[in-house]
Ligand binder design. Structure first.
Ligand code: AMP
Length: 218
């Protein structure tokens, strides 16, 4: 199974990716997480670091290379779930070419199994992201209004991180980048009969239920 999960920042894509990859035994490949890890360890090109901080997209060649290498690792042999990739038509084409090439003489599927698009209204996304905070120690995500961190953490501003790209200006840039990205990417997958739209509002469990229903109807 090779699943592509598409959703704007704040759509709950990361949460769903985690649940689905566990449920179906897939490796969870988040290009955003891989790039943030490279940034933290100081191995990310400073030019790419600046692009990420401003909320822009990295060049296709850089992320295609990253995914090509990562999908060669052993844990991807049983299938994988892509979270945050592809974001452009050239990335989708590179993924298709890569899968076709690997399918020759192996058990790897020749293409993507399904592309799931999480649908959430833009106003709701802005509200969700701007109030998002991450516990620096555990990675747990909170929402200042709807899911606040325990009082001890709330009182210690140093313990909660407000990601640079979760600041209002960067959020607008990322949502605009998402809109222009999907303008071409969704028709690309729709034309190939792979696109499945799923409503991304409600509790995480409700959203998972909708996704599972869509995947299992195939
Ligand atoms: P994410 O956590 O998926 O929103 O990714 C965080 C940032 O990493 C994005 O705002 C981009 O700067 C960069 N990034 C992640 N995936 C891609 C991709 N497929 N193409 C280009 N840039 C990406």
């Amino acid at each position: 199974m090779i699943i592509v999960l598409i959703g704007p920042p704040g759509s709950g894509k990361g949460t769903q990716a985690k649940v689905l990859s566990e449920k179906y035994g897939l490796a969870h490949l988040s290009t955003g997480d891989m790039l943030r890890a490279a940034k933290q360890s100081g191995t990310l090109d400073p030019e790419f670091r600046a692009i990420m901080d401003s909320g822009g997209l990295l060049p296709d060649t850089a992320v295609i290379g990253l995914v090509a290498r990562r999908t060669q690792e052993a844990d991807c042999a049983g299938g994988f779930l892509l979270d945050g990739f592809p974001r452009t038509v050239p990335q989708a084409e590179a993924l298709a070419a890569m899968l076709r090439e690997r399918a020759a003489g192996s058990t790897t599927p020749a293409g993507v199994t399904a592309v799931l698009q999480l649908d959430v209204a833009r106003e709701l996304l802005e509200e969700r992201i701007i109030h998002r905070r991450t516990d620096k120690e555990t990675g747990q995500i909170y929402h200042l209004l709807y899911n606040p961190a325990p009082p001890g953490l709330m009182r210690d501003p140093g313990s909660l991180e407000h990601r640079k790209d979760d600041q209002p200006e960067a959020v607008k840039t990322r949502l605009d980048a998402y809109d222009s990205m999907t303008a071409a990417l969704l028709p690309y997958y729709e034309e190939r009969g792979l696109l499945r739209r799923v409503l991304g509002v409600g509790t995480p469990n409700e959203v998972t239920g909708r996704i599972v229903a869509v995947l299992e109807e195939k």
